[in-house]
Design a binder for this molecule. Structure first.
Ligand code: SF4
Ligand code: SF4
Ligand code: FES
Length: 426
């Protein structure tokens, strides 16, 4: 039988497009250089899953997922209005808030569709509180580990992964917000090594890990490391003002519950440091070892979240003494690596650290406590949970040149966009 392709005409954001009738809207948009974000959509899964809603567009005036839409004559698609962009951003932010996504410690970082969508949508911070759910992960399996903290319940694995005799390997368990993806290890054992690798790569996040195979590709050379899939994504270069006639500004910095990596990154700008000290002077900062504010500061830069009462006090004093307050790096923005403890009760953390850990002296019975020691908080708090934060610079750590570019931009009101290559969490 000869199949006759029927060409149809329709519009996306006012642009006239011709396509084969019945083709997938996300696919057609991509072919025509229009970016419709998607997460659960995987070209080889038919029918499309339609679970994540990240591809939501206005189609003939109704909100609908683009990945389940077949193009037809006269369709009117709104794909990239400000409202839709914000809606998608909110959906992806909720995924970050619901899971425990510690990208700097994740094997999938750089190859992860969820993380990549975070970059593409320009998510610097999450507007919803992180849930930090305590999930049990079974690390015993000899080959495939399901990391439930990272699963976005897209259904790709549930619908697509079957053994040669047609048995499902993954299933949905429970209902509502208790739903999780379960794995049948008897069936999983029937998959070949090649099939197991395909399953790991099919998962859009780092939720499915094949032991020994997840770190073979070096970080920095992974598929989403350098380039946006959107043409001209924030590639507008800012034009720095010359330092002539620029009034010198006062900067304060502090390192709370972080690793000092963001401060090290700030210093990692080689001889540009000499230009910076022409433009700014430091007040309270570990870089100057000035312990108390001696002036009101134009900008305060905070690394790290709050893990104890001293951090909270310091952060509040920064808010009081600085005109602009910037959260620098993942730990200050949402807790970062230290917040891995947030899913575990504080008592258990202390017992593990001071009584049971392999590096303790055998027989240790003391958890340090003294009135002079800062009181540890029940969990790590992001800076914006304690005080108002004006700007967020994501990254772990953010690039040094990027940090100073943002700071100069904020201090001298320059027009500025974060470039894709600078907008990294890993
Ligand atoms: S890389 Fe992806 S799966 Fe891993 S923690 Fe980040 S968002 Fe989650
Ligand atoms: S394990 Fe991965 S593929 Fe399966 S539902 Fe979760 S995110 Fe999707
Ligand atoms: S990509 Fe369309 S609903 Fe997930």
């Amino acid at each position: 039988m000869i199949y006759m392709e029927n060409k149809i005409n329709f519009t996306i954001d006012g642009k006239s497009i011709q396509a084969n009738e019945g083709d997938n809207l996300v696919h057609v948009a991509k072919e025509n250089g229009i970016f419709i974000p998607s997460l659960c959509y995987f070209e080889h899964i038919e029918p499309p899953l339609g679970t994540c809603r990240v591809c939501t567009c206005k189609i003939n005036g109704k909100y609908q997922p683009a990945c389940t839409e077949r193009v037809s004559e006269g369709l009117v698609v709104e794909a990239n209005t400000d409202e839709l962009k914000d809606l998608r951003k909110a959906l992806v932010e909720m995924m970050f808030a619901e899971g425990n996504h510690i990208c700097p410690a994740c094997e999938k970082s750089g190859n992860c569709d969820l993380q990549h969508m975070g970059y593409e949508l320009g998510i610097a911070s999450v507007r919803f509180p992180h849930l930090f759910k305590d999930r049990i992960i079974d690390y015993k399996p000899s080959r495939m580990v399901l990391e439930h903290n990272r699963c976005i319940k897209c259904l790709r694995c549930v619908m697509d992964v079957k053994t040669k005799d047609g048995k499902k390997v993954f299933t949905y368990q429970n209902r509502g917000n208790k739903t999780y993806v379960g794995i049948d290890y008897d069936e999983e054992a029937k998959l070949t090594e090649e099939e197991a690798m395909r399953v790991m790569n099919l998962c859009p996040t780092g939720a499915i890990i094949v032991r020994g195979k997840n770190l073979t590709q070096p970080f920095g050379q992974r598929k989403f490391d350098e380039h946006s899939v959107q043409k001209n994504f924030n590639e507008k270069k800012h034009k720095p003002k010359t330092s002539l006639n620029m009034e010198k500004k006062i900067v304060a910095t502090c390192s709370l519950a972080g690793c000092f990596g963001c401060h090290m990154s700030m210093l990692d700008i080689d001889t540009d440091l000499l230009d910076m000290v022409e433009l700014v002077s430091f007040d309270k900062s570990p870089l100057t070892d000035i312990k108390k504010f001696s002036h009101r500061c134009h900008i305060g830069i905070v690394e790290g979240g709050c893990c104890n009462d001293e951090n909270v006090e310091t952060l509040r004093s920064f808010r009081e003494n600085c005109d602009i307050l910037v959260a620098l790096g993942e730990c200050s923005i949402w807790g970062g690596v230290p917040s891995m403890r947030n899913a575990i009760p504080l008592g258990e953390c202390l017992e593990e650290a001071y009584l049971n850990s392999a590096t303790n002296e055998p027989g240790s019975t003391v958890i340090p406590y003294h009135e002079d020691l800062p009181k540890i908080l029940n969990r790590i708090y992001a800076c914006n949970e304690i005080v108002k934060i004006d700007y967020f610079i994501p990254g772990c750590p953010p690039d040094g040149n990027h940090i100073w570019k943002v700071i100069k931009n904020l201090l001298w009101n320059e027009e500025y966009n974060i470039l894709y290559s600078e907008f990294k969490y890993d």
